[in-house]
Design a protein around this ligand. Structure first.
Ligand SMILES: *Cc1c(COP(=O)(O)O)cnc(C)c1O
Length: 385
């Protein structure tokens, strides 16, 4: 019997993390200190991109991508309905028309066959950006997306908020890390407490395109620059220019200290999450519980472990009575009242809606003890028909 709550996701903070933040607090900087650049460097090194820009949260990261790409009102942007609404909202802020592409019933990621059909049905250049989501930590086939992008002319912004540390193998057998932007233009990450790296609020944009990196950095800090190569004139050492209507989307030095410390445990965390996933897979095999599918050649980041069951609501309630706080992720974005007002309705993405009726995210935190996991497994098998 477990008598404490077991959450579906939770931050994991160590004494080392606390020491890192304490040290930052005792330093000269609270915001815009040296730890931000250090965190950026460590992060881009880990994901394999040329640039990383740390920002205030994952939603700001998505909005900055829209700004960097010059998204204008009426521009069409495709995303998936099975995501946190921010994937769509970040582009909606600039007035984009959001088009939801249904999901693949096996991976729950954007269905690239369906995407290709949509692209084929309109002239090249109709869609300005495609925003796939590495849902649950499963990396999307970026190589195929690149081929489509080259043919149909759109930018690829990967919402990788669930997938730092994930990778896939491309057609030449090379391992490609999520966020490296080898095939995509931009990638976004979140450091919200339930994500792999927790900084409270926090996020990142990665890219290997110097022009896009310049735009993202400029819009992050009010559109202000002091870079002599960008200024229209130089009045003196104090001089700066506001060149665009930007935002204050900065992260703080304190958060960067925490992020740097947490990043050191990313590989351990991915390995631990995969171990937990394998135990769930094994425990549920042969039962009525459907477990997540994965292809060969990918490293899944397992932000979420999602099962599918027929009696989802009953299972959710029963688990709660037993201190197990599972979660339903996500309510399809196109069925939100806001997106319904923009013309979307139930029935528009049938695979996503079917997924939603059965999905349940089980506790997936690297600190989950085997006693806790066995308790979850026991209760799921008891109630799943
Ligand atoms: C968490 C998340 C976001 C938003 O990140 P915040 O840091 O909470 O703003 C965006 N997309 C996905 C898929 C997420 O999971």
């Amino acid at each position: 019997m477990i008598d404490h709550p077991i959450p579906y996701g939770h931050q994991y903070i160590t004494d080392e993390d606390i020491a890192a933040v304490t040290e930052a607090l005792r330093s000269d900087y609270m915001t815009q200190g040296p730890r931000i650049a250090e965190f950026e460097k460590a992060f881009r090194t880990r994901v394999g991109s040329d640039y990383a820009c740390m920002v205030s949260n994952g939603t700001a990261a998505l909005h900055l991508c829209a700004l960097a790409l010059g998204i204008k009102p009426g521009d069409k942007v495709i995303t998936t309905p099975i995501t946190f609404v921010a994937s769509a909202n970040g582009f909606r802020y600039e007035g984009a028309e959001i088009v939801f592409c249904d999901i693949d019933p096996r991976t729950f990621l954007m269905d690239l066959d369906k995407l290709e059909e949509m692209l084929k049905a309109s002239p090249a250049g109709t869609y300005k950006a495609v925003v796939p989501v590495d849902f649950a930590g499963y990396p999307i086939d970026e190589e195929r997306l690149r081929r489509l992008a080259d043919r149909y002319g759109f930018a690829i912004v990967v919402d990788a908020c669930h997938a730092p540390g994930a990778s896939f193998t491309d057609s030449r057998g090379r391992v490609q890390k999520v966020g490296s932007c080898k095939y995509s233009d931009l990638a976004c990450f979140s450091f919200h407490p339930v994500k792999h790296i927790a900084t409270g609020e926090g996020g990142a944009v990665t890219t290997s395109n110097p022009r896009l990196y310049g735009r993202v950095s400029l819009f992050r800090t009010h559109g202000i620059t002091k870079d002599p190569s960008m200024l229209t004139k130089i009045d003196g050492g104090w001089y700066y220019e506001m060149q665009e209507l930007g935002y204050n989307y900065r992260i703080t030095d304190l958060q960067a200290a925490l992020g740097l410390s947490q990043l050191k445990r990313l590989d351990w965390s991915i390995a631990r999450r995969n171990e937990i996933a394998r135990r769930y897979d094994e425990a549920f095999s042969g039962s009525a519980v459907r477990t997540p599918w994965r292809a060969e050649g990918i490293v899944h980041a397992f932000h979420l472990y999602i099962i599918q069951v027929d009696n989802r609501k009953e299972l959710y309630d029963r688990l709660r009575e037993n201190n197990i706080f599972s979660q339903v992720l996500y309510i399809p974005a196109h069925t939100m009242p806001y997106y319904k007002r923009l013309g979307w309705k139930e029935g528009d993405c049938p695979v996503a809606e079917e997924y939603y009726r059965h999905c349940l995210a089980l506790p997936m935190v690297p600190s989950l003890t085997s006693e806790e996991q066995e308790w979850v497994i026991e209760k799921v098998l008891e109630f799943a028909r």
